[in-house]
Design a protein around this ligand. Structure first.
Ligand SMILES: [Zn+2]
Length: 1004
């Protein structure tokens, strides 16, 4: 599943920032109140059991029937499932007579539907699902016939159903005879439906459960839902599914947990003016009946989890292509988008990607076809349903004439991600949601590997991965409110939260570290073995570790991957590794001391996680002015260790975490930092581009947390005028915007912005502005991406921090656009120009952009026009925009949150956004509270700038008055704001002191 990840480097009144904080899973602390409730329940449950036991015993004795201890019968069947937690050992009647007497007993005692997980006594093998879809009144009715295998004897069939009108459940015996039902009822608290039988189902036998149901085609973006688009002024509707993670139960009664894989046969009946699609190709379609209805019957799927089942009813058109292996790939979209060729790019790369993954994993794509469906509205960037992946239009349709390179890159990566899931996710599915990173981490990692296959020159995995994944997630995971990547999750309502950036980005970073430790060949060998062993089934992290360990052993490398990785997946956070040259007299100079401790991004008053330790694969190289040694790998398992490295003297420096393949920070003794900085100033190329970016990111973050003097990162970026590569500039600008948020309302702000502009000026003037118009070299496919991106980064820095020439250029572009009504602004820098223009020019420009926002139909253009509107200095206009966004349908619903966040990024709009957010919290929470990701993004977005004691108190008050329903976002916001306040108290003075009086020479 692809999360909406607003493109890195989004512009805010010149201040480019990324949306950082996705929702995270933190198990809520058990409060005293909860303990009491649990305790009461236990006492009550115990009393009930005793009473029941007495009654049952009496009745049983009276009837002279045999007792059977079967309290454990409804316990777990399939692996990985939690069993029913009903009181074990209580008596239950098991005779052919007297059932009516006994059932009250076991129902009350066992009650498997009270458990948040399915009991596992029966497993589905096959679903025969028939649906009639009424697009005229947005309802559907269905019949499902589930083939069930009994695992443990039981009288209960418990499955999921939510918002369904269930009619006539009918269980059948293996031979086909009807089974009598004692009672059946929904249990909404756990979104379950329960059928209680008169007689037990017997293990190893196969039964059939038929259920009819009716439901609405939802207006919300989950389950089976509808959306619309306009074609030639006519509104057209479509209906499509989004079942991940727990919404299949909203479309048909099913065993809606990933472990219950089954095969599916689907048939869809609908008006002939629509087309229908599903995971598999149509096997047989009926001609229209007299009412103009058709029925499409789709071929039987392979074994798969319920949340990957998908269907759509729409009147889209398509273009198609075929792989050499005979797989048909079609891209379905609005007829006008298909006609304009907007889907061709995605179709083209998908074809190449199927080949790439088949070669890499050495496992064929499993289905005969793959459809990509571009829908106008979707809760996620995309969803990897097997054979029918669904995308938001703006994540798959490309108008090359007006799209920026970052838009194209984002789109490419979303496609690469979803195609990877056809293996990691669809074919091999994580056992349970706690290990969702097993699919999301892989898909995110392969975004970079797969994009490198498509465009080798982009060098994504070695470069862009560092800033966009590693640096990004280390900020988040360095908070004490972070959580382990594998995290227990039981309640259905908690499941959405596992799809956070820890799962995606930390998952990807850990996989990349592992791939580098193992080496490409063994890593691939291990993955191949893992996929083959678990295809059409489920796997847990230990299954992966054992296959990777086997691969290592096969080459005589004695590493226990599971033992190593458990430290990284079961513990939150990551270490800072400090390398210092040996100071002791006893040992020769080629020895170094290495220590590790848990790193906290924004420092802490007290260290509360001192016991955390990791198995760190630390690569180290030794260098001097002209050469650098090859790296050596040191395993750091203890808090402090001494290791031997190459020959060293006073002028050699040490460099750790070569090419930043490891998921940790590296610190050095001050003398070594100075040597490294000297090296960067004199000849940066000796150090790899990845490490140059890594040194910048580590230095800023170490200083922020109080590990380093504030002057060190500032000194370090003094080398940037010599820097010709994009990545270190990108790392620097990300770090500088972090500081900018802290400083932009301080009296000495000019000291900071002038220092930044001084570093930027020469390279900015040298690179200049793109001269091309739209549709020529602005196209990422034709241009050198690294050069384009560097140019963009420099323009963004220059305009944001107040370079006059940059401002003049932006204003000239806007004036030209207004006077000529021709937009000659290169697509790649449009966001910067629009925003700068709106912030510097008068109200007419704002109105002009507002008008363009309404008139354009290109999705990427619409988004940056809307964001530009938030760049105004005029609080009246900002207020108007906020009100229009929330209370009218002028702004698409999913963009409202971005408007508020972007107003908050504007220093002139900060107070306004913060106040607006608090005033409208009830409305916002009601509208976005369900989509935790949105809510969390909003909370992070409007609070991350707060940094005064007064604002901290306002935040605390807000949390107290309304802190429900926001999950971990509010505690995280509080930690960040407290850290901001602390930085001002402890470090701001030193920071400005250094800027006021930087050393005359590099190290004066
Ligand atoms: Zn995904």
């Amino acid at each position: 599943m692809g999360l909406n990840d607003s493109s890195p480097g989004a512009m805010r009144n010149g201040r480019g920032l990324t949306d950082q904080w996705a929702e995270s899973v933190v198990v809520r602390p058990r409060t005293t109140e909860r303990h009491i409730t649990v305790h009461k329940r236990l006492v009550l449950g115990f009393a009930l059991s005793i009473i029941t036991l007495i009654i049952v015993t009496a009745v049983a004795v009276a009837l002279s029937l045999r007792f059977d201890d079967c309290g454990g019968r409804d316990r777990s069947g399939g692996r990985g499932e939690t069993g029913s937690r009903g009181s074990g050992g209580s008596g239950r009647l098991n005779g052919s007579r007297g059932e009516r007497t006994g059932e009250r007993g076991d129902e009350e005692v066992v009650q498997p539907w009270k458990n948040s997980r399915l009991p596992g006594s029966v497993r589905p093998r096959h679903y025969d699902l028939r649906l009639a879809v009424y697009m005229d009144n947005f309802t559907f009715s269905g019949e499902v016939s589930v083939e069930l295998e009994c695992v443990n004897a039981t009288r209960f069939i418990v499955l999921h159903a939510d918002r369904l009108e269930v009619r006539r459940p009918q269980p059948n015996r293996p031979g086909g005879g009807v089974m009598r039902i004692h009672r059946h009822f929904p249990y909404p608290a756990n979104q379950m439906y329960v059928v209680v039988l008169h007689r037990e189902l017997k293990p190893m036998r196969v039964y059939r459960l038929n259920v009819s149901f009716d439901a609405a085609i939802e207006d919300e973006l989950l389950g089976f839902f509808r959306s619309s688009y306009t074609l030639q002024r006519e509104r057209r509707y479509l209906a499509v599914t989004q079942f991940s993670p727990i919404h299949a139960r909203k479309a048909f009664p099913c065993f809606d947990e990933p472990i219950y894989k089954a095969t599916f046969s689907l048939s869809l009946r609908h008006d002939q003016q629509y087309t229908s699609l599903s995971n598999m190709p149509v096997e047989s379609g009926s001609p229209a009946d007299e009412d103009g209805w058709v029925t499409n019957r789709f071929a039987r799927t392979p074994r798969m989890s319920t949340y990957y089942l998908a269907w759509a009813v729409c009147n889209f058109t398509y273009r198609e292509t075929q792989t050499s292996g005979g797989v048909t790939i079609r891209l379905y979209a609005r007829p006008d988008a298909i006609a304009s060729g907007a889907g061709d790019y995605a179709l083209h790369i998908t074809k190449r990607l199927l080949g790439f993954y088949e070669d890499y994993f050495k496992v064929q794509y499993s289905l005969p076809k793959l459809d990509l469906l571009a829908v106008p509205k979707h809760p996620y960037a995309a969803m990897e349903n097997w054979g029918l992946s669904v995308f938001q239009e703006q994540k798959i349709l490309l108008d090359a004439e007006v799209s920026s390179s970052s838009y194209q890159m984002e789109l490419t990566m979303v496609v690469v991600h979803e195609i990877c899931h056809q293996w990691f996710g669809d074919l091999v599915t994580p056992v349970w949601w706690e290990d969702v990173w097993l699919k999301e981490g892989f898909a995110h990692f392969f975004e970079y590997v797969g994009t490198d296959f498509l465009f080798p020159k982009w060098n994504m995995e070695k470069q862009r991965f560092l800033t966009d994944v590693l640096h990004e997630v280390m900020l988040l995971d360095g908070l004490s409110s972070s959580h382990p990547i594998s995290q227990e999750v039981e309640q259905a309502t908690d499941i959405d939260r596992v799809f956070d950036w820890i799962a995606y980005k930390k998952g990807a970073a850990l996989i990349r570290m592992l791939a580098n430790v193992m080496g490409q060949t063994l890593f691939q060998k291990g993955l191949n073995d893992y996929l083959l062993s678990h295809m059409y089934s489920n796997a847990a992290r230990d299954d992966l570790w054992s296959k990777l360990t086997q691969a290592m052993h096969s080459e005589g490398r004695d590493i226990d991957i599971g033992e190593m990785m458990d430290r990284w997946t079961l513990q939150m956070g990551y270490p800072v590794v400090t390398i210092s040259k040996n100071q002791s007299e006893q040992l020769p100079t080629r020895y170094i001391t290495v220590t590790q401790e848990h790193f906290l991004t924004i420092g802490a008053e007290t260290r509360i996680f001192e016991n955390l330790q990791w198995q760190v694969p630390l690569t180290v190289a030794v260098g001097n002015a002209s050469t650098v040694s090859t790296e050596s790998l040191l395993w750091i398992n203890n808090r402090t260790e001494t290791h031997k490295v190459g020959q060293m003297d006073d002028s050699t420096w040490l460099l750790g975490n070569i090419n930043q393949t490891g998921y940790f920070r590296v610190n050095y003794d001050l003398q070594n930092w100075k040597l490294l900085i000297q090296q960067l100033h004199s000849n940066p190329q000796i150090i790899s581009v990845g490490n140059r970016a890594g040194l910048i990111d580590d230095a800023f973050n170490l200083a922020r947390a109080g590990y380093l003097p504030q002057g060190i990162p500032l000194q370090l970026i003094g080398y940037l005028p010599e820097e010709t590569s994009f990545l270190p500039w990108h790392a620097a600008s990300r770090a500088l915007y972090q500081l900018d948020k802290l400083l932009d309302r301080t009296d000495d702000y000019r000291l900071f912005s002038d220092y930044v502009l001084k570093q930027v000026a020469s390279r900015y003037h040298q690179m200049g502005w793109p001269t091309n118009g739209p549709g020529t070299d602005g196209n990422i496919l034709k241009a050198s991406y690294q050069t384009e991106e560097l140019q963009r980064e420099l323009i963004m820095l220059a305009c944001s921090f107040g370079n006059k020439q940059c401002h003049r250029q932006a204003v000239a572009y806007i004036s030209d656009w207004i006077s000529s009504n021709k937009n000659r602004i290169p697509p790649n820098i449009r966001d910067i120009v629009y925003c700068t223009g709106v912030s510097l020019m008068d109200e007419d420009v704002w109105e002009f952009i507002w008008m363009k926002f309404h008139s354009t139909s290109a999705v990427s253009e619409k988004k940056i026009l809307l964001e530009a509107l938030t760049c105004s200095d005029n609080t009246f206009l900002l207020n108007r925009l906020l009100n229009l966004s929330l209370s009218s349908d002028l702004v698409p619903e999913q963009d409202v949150i971005d408007v508020i966040i972007h107003v908050g990024r504007n220093p002139q709009g900060r107070n306004l956004a913060w106040k607006y957010f608090r005033d409208k919290w009830d409305i916002l929470n009601a509208r976005y509270g369900e989509a935790l990701f949105m809510n969390s993004k909003l909370i992070g977005g409007v609070t991350e700038f707060l940094n005064t004691e007064r604002e901290l108190n306002e935040l605390k008050e807000f949390i107290q008055s309304s802190g429900v329903g926001a999950g971990p976002a509010l505690p995280r916001a509080l930690e960040i704001v407290e850290g901001n306040v602390r930085w001002h108290r402890l470090h701001r003075r030193h920071f400005y002191q250094w800027l006021r009086k930087p050393p005359s020479s590099t190290f004066g």
